[in-house]
Design a protein around this ligand. Structure first.
Ligand SMILES: Cc1cc2nc3c(=O)[nH]c(=O)nc-3n(C[C@H](O)[C@H](O)[C@H](O)COP(=O)(O)O)c2cc1C
Ligand SMILES: Nc1ncnc2c1ncn2[C@@H]1O[C@H](COP(=O)(O)OP(=O)(O)OP(=O)(O)O)[C@@H](O)[C@H]1O
Length: 310
């Protein structure tokens, strides 16, 4: 999948496409329905299947640190979208200037720069300064400018529309099973293993540290995890997502201790699948108490793997 970073990198060869637009945070099953339609119409029109995403996501520009937690970084989004077999991802820098485009200017951009032939959006899609444009305006403009517009039916599970918001809520409540059902895969975090304080090994629990790009992760606590990329097969583990209050930490990190595994994995790109919440993070009086608790966590995780037959 080709990545076009910024509107200034759109060239004449990008003219003509079947397009969808959105945040696609987490790339969940509802998104996949939309993307499947983009692919099928791209075949019908013999034009590239293109997804336009915004970075930062609009609420991150408008609400700053009060914006909802991100389900995935832009890099993870690219990785998940690539699996949907699209031809191109256009990543728009969502800055003040872009946010201030009128609805008409935005439509002109789709028409003139991208040469959109068919556009697929949700019927709740709003765009342009103050969210002034909507589905009806797109249809009207499409008739005048020569592109068609359609929307997808809501993808629902147990009468609830699958959405990034619903997945954030599930993760926040520690309901990994519900998040898994809506994502169609376990919630996971991708990252490169970096050097930590190397204190973990002194208490018998060496950990792989993965810096979290997002300031605020969508879930916190101690979890049963499964790691892909550390060796040929997935490796079971336990992980902490938090600030490590016992060590007076002040930024969120993901730390994974792999069970029955000894190898140097610094620098490797791994995927940490978060499978089950064990507990909240605590501030312990000393490392000895923390160590005892992690031993209990490891035991609970082993039992969980035996019971889940994973
Ligand atoms: C399974 C697990 C559970 C953890 N639970 C806590 C916790 O409840 N409170 C806390 O302050 N740190 C917790 N930690 C973080 C440890 O403080 C940290 O891993 C250790 O100090 C080593 O850090 P380092 O790898 O940067 O040296 C946990 C780590 C793991 C792997
Ligand atoms: N469950 C769903 N069924 C069908 N289309 C969906 C579903 N969820 C999202 N979409 C569509 O996917 C596109 C991208 O949507 P967006 O990223 O805003 O999704 P969202 O999951 O609803 O996010 P949020 O919960 O943050 O509002 C939009 O066209 C949207 O209408």
């Amino acid at each position: 999948m080709e990545l076009v970073q910024g509107l200034h990198n759109i060239s004449t060869e990008h003219h003509g496409c079947v397009l969808t637009i959105g945040n696609f945070d987490g790339v969940h099953l509802g998104h996949k329905e939309v993307l499947a339609q983009v692919n099928s119409l791209s075949e019908k029109y013999a034009l590239p299947a293109v997804v336009m995403v915004f970075e930062p996501q609009p609420k991150e520009l408008f609400m700053k640190h009060k914006a909802p937690a991100r389900l995935c970084s832009i890099r993870e989004k690219y990785t998940h979208l690539k699996l949907q077999k699209l031809d191109r991802m256009v990543c728009v820098n969502f800055n003040e200037k872009f946010a201030n485009l009128s609805a008409d200017d935005f439509i002109n951009l789709l028409h003139e720069k991208l040469g959109v032939k068919h556009l697929i959006v949700g019927d709740d899609f709003q765009f342009g300064r103050d969210r002034e444009g909507g589905y009806a305006l797109l249809q009207k403009a499409g008739k005048e400018l020569g592109f068609s517009v359609s929307n997808t039916q809501s993808f629902v599970q147990e009468q609830l529309r699958v959405s990034s918001t619903a997945i954030r809520d599930a993760l926040n409540q520690g309901d990994l099973k519900a998040a898994h059902t809506m994502l169609g895969r376990p919630f996971s975090i991708l990252g490169r293993v970096s050097h930590g304080n190397k204190l973990g090994r002194t208490i018998g629990f060496p950990t792989a540290n993965i810096p979290l790009k997002r300031a605020c992760p969508p879930l916190k606590g101690v979890f049963v995890v499964r790691v892909n990329g550390a060796k040929d097969n997935p490796v079971n583990g336990i992980a902490n997502i938090g600030k490590r209050p016992t060590m007076d930490g002040d930024v969120h990190v993901l730390e994974v201790h792999l069970l029955n595994f000894q190898a140097d994995i610094y620098g490797l790109h791994i995927e940490v699948e978060v499978l089950e919440k064990l507990r909240d993070e605590h501030k312990f009086d000393d490392y000895e108490q923390l160590k005892k608790q992690i031993e209990i966590d490891a035991q609970h995780a082993r039992e969980w793997f035996i019971n889940s037959a994973l």
